[in-house]
Design a protein around this ligand. Structure first.
Ligand code: AHM
Ligand code: MG
Length: 327
């Protein structure tokens, strides 16, 4: 059972990490926006927020009403925060300016797993915080930093409970939203077992995968009778936030590999809004994360909406997937 501590997110945790006022206010803005989003998600049909927005985003995906609402809540909150120089969202065509003298950049997927909104399955907000390194006018180049450069990364999962999972580069901490809209620290230092017997992948894409991924999944499906010598269980929620939360909590490996459906897309997930923040959390919890051939956190980004193959979780499994791709 979690040992709920009596101190809350907004003071002791920040103090413990000795965070600057600017970083504190940036994180506060993100977290408060997520508390507002959580309230909308919870009410669903009662607030008239379910269903399609009737619009599409830059990536040609249909937007749900809640995608649009969550995006706007975050933009409004961040633009009002002087410490934030700019932001980039999965739902925006290009980056958005915030404050001229801001120090931080916030990148986010406002509502990940949106295909699950209308069916009442967990969704979440994923965020990544970078420092603006130049003193010149905000430009695209400011955002194109490797995942390794992230100052903070996290997500808020709107699930059975609303939980915030955050890393400032010093472990991964979990907070649960209470009835007073405060995030209370409920998990110190998530720690990922190096091995696992549980995997997550969308099997319906199997015929489109490249051969190393075909080999890997065939090995897992062969269970005790195959080369891996043990039975594996499978889960697929289709919400990366829920999937990563499960892996941080009880271990596992998650994959959205490259597939041949569209050769112009090296994966479905986005490097800057999904892969980088989740990779930082997984690495900080003792796991690893690759795009099949290299560590995701070392990828030099070339575009804000860049897609990437993602294989993350238990170290031993990820290492095995890497070795199959090196053959
Ligand atoms: P989204 O950001 O548009 O919701 O898409 C990302 C989601 C991930 O949460 C999830 O892992 C994946 O898409 C599910 O894809 P699929 O529908 O192909 O199973
Ligand atoms: Mg997403």
């Amino acid at each position: 059972m979690f040992q709920t501590t009596s101190y809350n997110f907004f003071n002791q945790y920040f103090q413990k990490h000795n965070l600057s006022d600017n970083l504190q206010s940036t994180l506060n803005a993100i977290v408060n926006a997520c508390i507002d989003i959580s309230a909308k998600v919870r009410l669903g049909a009662l607030a008239g927020v379910l269903g399609e927005a009737g619009s599409g985003n830059i990536q040609g995906e249909n937007q749900k009403k809640l995608d649009v609402i969550a995006n706007q809540i975050l933009i409004d909150a961040l633009q009002k925060t002087p410490a934030v120089a700019g932001l980039a969202s999965e739902e925006e065509d290009s980056f958005v300016e915030a404050n001229e003298n801001g120090e931080y950049l916030v990148l986010f997927d406002p509502l990940d797993g949106s295909s699950n909104i209308d069916v009442n399955i967990s969704v979440g907000t994923i965020f990544s915080v970078l420092k603006k390194n130049s003193s010149t006018k905000l430009c695209l180049q400011d955002f194109l930093q490797k995942g390794r450069e992230q100052v903070a990364a996290g997500y808020v999962l709107y699930g059975v409970q609303t939980q915030l999972v955050l890393s400032l580069g010093d472990g991964v901490f979990g907070f649960t939203l209470n009835d007073n809209n405060q995030f209370i620290l409920t998990k110190q230092n998530f720690s990922l077992p190096e091995s696992t017997a549980e995997f997550a992948i969308n099997m319906s894409n199997q015929r489109h995968w490249e051969s190393p991924m075909q080999t890997y999944i065939a090995e897992l499906l062969a269970g005790k009778d195959g080369v891996r010598g043990k039975n594996y269980n499978m889960r697929w929620v289709a919400s990366m936030v829920a999937e990563v939360h499960r892996i941080l909590t009880r271990g596992g490996i998650f994959m959205y590999p490259f597939d041949k459906r569209d050769p112009n897309k090296p994966g479905k997930l986005r490097l800057m809004y999904e892969a980088n923040p989740m990779s930082m959390l997984i690495e900080q919890a003792g796991g690893s994360s690759i795009n099949a051939i290299q560590n995701i956190l070392d990828i030099e980004p070339t575009g804000l909406h860049q897609r990437v193959a993602v294989i993350l979780g238990a170290k031993e499994e990820v290492k095995h997937v890497l070795s199959l791709h090196q053959k």
